[in-house]
Design a protein around this ligand. Structure first.
Ligand code: PMP
Length: 417
């Protein structure tokens, strides 16, 4: 993966950082109010940025990762992108999220978060002085007795609309969603987009699982819907895209009028991402660009491999009496554990929720690990969702084989008791 030594990362990060400017802000502004948090006032200049930009004038080079990300997303979004102003590389998607909240959310702003949600959104909104406003995906079990799918968890359109007000600054969208594996449909995204445009609201679109979509479903990018490019930051992760979590490379893609403020936070926090990991990710994307849509493409192969693992886990959990919710995407699977209440009796003196007690019981008694779903809900709503746990099926063969043996044994015990 590391055949070619790239130009200095510092070089290109700095060059990109330096392109933030007030003239472009006013020219491109579409929203009626400033998008950036007041905390950024006066800190958008940086001595390193200024001087490295000067040096860069005499030693030009094309930073491979931002360039290939721009090329790739041009293809996906069907619009021209400038690698220097529409792409920002971060230390994992985590840092891209942090930069979004710090740059765009001000004291007193409300941010809509769809429950269940990746747990860092809530503290990150609060750390930026914002107020999270939660809206749940509500399960609608199929009437025919079939297993539920993540598509059966839906937003109530009226409830969603009621959360938007003049205080709303942004909505966080995570599709495919961690923990449910829900892939928001074109129609659902259209509804969110309409509300964002109507209320002049930004969209922080966490799409780290964009390539992990099953059953021939398509991932729709909300930024490609009418009126959304100018108000959306797309967040991605090489950790998920190339199954390389430890590399900690992520990115934000979006309009310069938003990204210029993310760059201000980036240059005053982490500032620099490991060059070697970025170079490796760049090479991965260059290969994927060449093989786009072909059977040899990793982005084509990975979901096929994971779909098989998903199907195996669905079957095995069903076999022991859990009710798995078939995920349309991601490598997570949520299962309903309500049939096991007699195995894990109530502890009267404890207020620990059932899902948490069940997950502990399962790891101790069966040797299988999972996360209680209530961990993905706000404090106020946790108690409504204590009958589910989340498994992860992105594991190597040996681990899956061990899990398979455990589940087989569990099934035999159930049938013989
Ligand atoms: N967003 C979601 C929805 C995630 O599940 C994760 C990782 N679990 C991240 C962001 C963070 O990604 P990274 O490892 O690239 O920081």
């Amino acid at each position: 993966m590391l055949r070619r030594a790239g130009p200095s990362l510092r070089h290109f990060l700095l060059e990109r950082n330096s392109s933030a400017g007030h003239s472009s802000r006013s020219r491109e502004a579409k929203m009626s109010r400033p998008v950036q948090a007041r905390r950024l006032e006066g800190i958008d200049k940086n001595i390193w940025v200024e001087f490295v930009k000067l040096a860069a004038t005499y030693s030009k080079g094309h930073p491979p990762l931002v360039k290939v990300l721009a090329q790739f997303f041009e293809k996906l979004l069907g619009r021209d992108l400038d690698p220097m102003t529409n792409v920002m590389v971060t230390v994992g998607a985590y840092q891209a999220l942090f930069c979004c909240f710090q740059a765009l959310v001000d004291e007193g702003d409300e941010v809509i978060i769809i429950e269940p949600f990746f747990d860092c959104y809530e503290p990150m909104v609060k750390m930026a002085g914002g107020t999270p406003v939660f809206v749940p995906l509500r399960p609608n079990p199929p009437k025919d007795g079939k297993l539920m799918s993540s598509a059966d968890w839906q937003l109530d359109p009226a409830e969603l609309a009621s959360k938007f007000s003049e205080r709303t600054k942004a909505i966080v969208l995570n599709s495919p969603n961690n923990p449910l594996g829900k892939v928001f449909s074109h129609g659902e995204l259209g509804l969110i987009a309409e509300l964002c445009v109507k209320h002049d609201v930004l969209c922080i679109s966490d799409e780290v699982y964009e390539w992990l979509v099953y059953d021939g479903k398509q991932h729709t990018r909300i930024a490609s819907l009418q009126g959304m490019w100018d108000r959306t930051v797309i967040i991605g992760s090489a950790g998920k895209t190339f199954s390389a979590t430890g590399w900690k490379v992520g990115w934000a893609v979006g309009p310069d009028r938003l990204l210029q403020h993310l760059r201000t936070v980036h240059q005053n926090s982490v500032y620099h991402c490991a060059t070697i990991a970025q170079e490796a990710v760049a090479q991965g994307f260059q290969r994927e660009l060449m093989l786009y849509g072909k059977p040899e493409s990793y982005f084509v192969q990975l979901p096929k491999e994971l779909q098989q693992k998903r199907d195996w886990l669905v079957q095995s959990l069903d076999g022991v009496g859990m009710k798995p919710i078939i995920p349309e995407g991601t490598y997570f699977l949520v299962a309903d554990i309500s049939p096991f209440k007699s195995d894990v009796p109530d502890v009267p003196s404890s207020d620990e929720p059932y899902d948490s007690r069940f997950a502990k019981w399962m790891v101790k008694n069966k040797g299988l690990a999972a996360i209680p779903l209530s961990a993905f809900y706000s404090e106020a709503h946790k108690s409504n969702y204590t009958n589910f746990i989340r498994f992860c099926f992105a594991k190597e063969e040996a681990t899956l084989k061990a899990a398979s043996d455990i589940l087989q044994k569990w099934k035999q015990e159930k049938t013989s008791s």
